[in-house]
Design a protein around this ligand. Structure first.
Ligand code: CAA
Length: 378
């Protein structure tokens, strides 16, 4: 792996950094406090060509490589993790579509994911099926020219602003994991309703909603992949998605380190800046090492993906390490700030809350370990 960035990768990072510093960071605290969906940020991302950055050029996207994508998410998450997860879920849907869609489906659906109105939602999780993704209950009954969807999804990112839903549902209950299929459903489709977004601890400007299907008619042409291939569609999409969440984690780690450095040089105690104390220096050193390790694991997984190698295990490793390290970094940053770190007036309080979900969504740390162990033991 070549650790030097190409011109394209450097340019993608720079574009994202400018947008993050000029627009996203100044708006982040207010959006978080109001649980306000980042409508303007999504428009800005679309204008900067970042919303559909992994969509092929033939379908209006920027067709950036995975390393550029990871670098972009790191910069966005450094400013606002809620915006970054909105972007990464859009990309999760776009990439899964690009990998499994027929040419006609690509023409019909991919260009929408470049636009704020066509934002993607990935509808896998159900109230009783989070980690156990094959235990779905949402039913899709084949009725000739269409399927009829009935059931309930939960924790669906951006559902109340999405235009393109990727929905996994059971087509043949007897076949269990081989009886699940994936469907493309338009936002606002008759028979699909989106409930109120969850009040959350962190990443509050990203909205996570329940979605209900009651006799929702989906054209048979909207089946993505073959019937019974839905779990494979979803889980292979999540392999890539986990590189996205690892990148988000790196962004939060970076922000924690920056805050620790700035504050520890400004704040004095016992007659000198607290950065002069070894207790603080060790926390800074540990965070710097973990940032470096997390970034390298994430970029290595992205690089392997671009090289066409299998990435399941490496993406799980990057997501596990980076998300856990981001939580340790947020804990240390709060320690360095002392009581101020517990105040809503300071950025580290938001970073601490935003970091927490990183070890939960797109597969908990325990699921990442399961994926890694299965690979290591085989
Ligand atoms: N790619 C493609 N296919 C895969 C796969 C992968 N990475 N992993 C498994 N499969 C296939 C298997 O080959 C198998 O198919 P066959 O029977 O044809 O061989 C089928 O899927 C079932 O696999 P397993 O037997 O391994 O299933 P399992 O139930 O033992 O375990 C699991 C699977 C790894 C635990 C999986 O269920 C999993 O990853 N769970 C976590 C789900 C998750 O990450 N949810 C996140 C929700 S989305 C989200 O958070 C997005 C957001 O909004 C922020």
């Amino acid at each position: 792996m070549d650790l030097r960035l190409t011109e394209t990768q450097e340019a993608a990072r720079q574009t994202a950094r400018e947008l993050a510093e000029k627009k996203l960071l100044p708006a982040a605290a207010k959006l978080d406090a109001g649980e306000t969906f980042p409508v303007e940020a999504v428009k800005d991302l679309a204008e900067a060509g970042l919303l559909g950055m992994r969509i092929p050029e033939s379908h209006g996207g920027a067709a950036l490589d995975t390393v550029s994508y990871a670098l972009t998410l790191m910069e966005i998450a450094r400013a606002d993790a809620a915006v970054a997860v909105t972007l990464s879920v859009n990309n999760l849907v776009a990439e899964t579509l690009a990998n499994f869609a027929t040419p006609a489906q690509k023409d019909a659906w991919l260009p929408r994911l470049n636009t704020p109105e066509g934002l993607g939602a990935f509808a896998l999780t159900e109230p009783q099926a989070g980690s156990d993704a094959s235990n779905l209950r949402t039913r899709a009954e084949h009725k000739g020219s269409h399927y009829l969807l009935n059931g309930e999804k939960t924790w669906i990112t951006s559902a109340n602003h999405a235009g393109v839903f990727l929905v996994m549902a059971v087509t043949d209950p007897a076949k269990r994991s081989k009886g699940i299929s994936a469907f493309l459903v338009e936002g606002g489709a008759k028979g699909m309703t989106v409930g109120k977004h969850e009040p959350k601890m962190g990443q509050r400007a990203s909205h996570s909603c329940p979605v209900f299907f009651k006799d929702c008619k989906v054209p048979a042409a909207n089946l993505l992949g073959g019937e019974g291939e839905g779990l494979k569609v979803a889980l292979s999409g999540l392999d890539s998605g986990r590189i996205g969440i690892a990148s988000l984690s790196v962004g939060i780690l970076q922000a924690c380190l920056e805050e620790m450095l700035r504050y520890s040089k400004e704040r004095t105690a016992f007659g000198k800046p607290i950065a002069d104390f070894q207790a603080i220096q060790w926390m800074i050193a540990d965070t710097a090492v973990e940032l470096e390790a997390a970034r390298n694991l994430t970029l290595a997984a992205a690089w392997r993906k671009d090289a066409g190698e299998p990435i399941g295990e490496k993406a799980a490793m990057a997501k596990l390490f980076a998300s856990e390290a981001a939580n340790r970094a947020a804990y240390r940053a709060t320690q360095v700030f002392g009581g101020y770190g517990y105040s809503r007036e300071f950025r580290v309080e938001r970073l601490y809350r935003d970091a927490r979900v990183l070890t939960l969504y797109e597969g908990t740390s325990e699921i990442q370990r399961l994926v890694i162990a299965r690979n290591v033991l085989k």
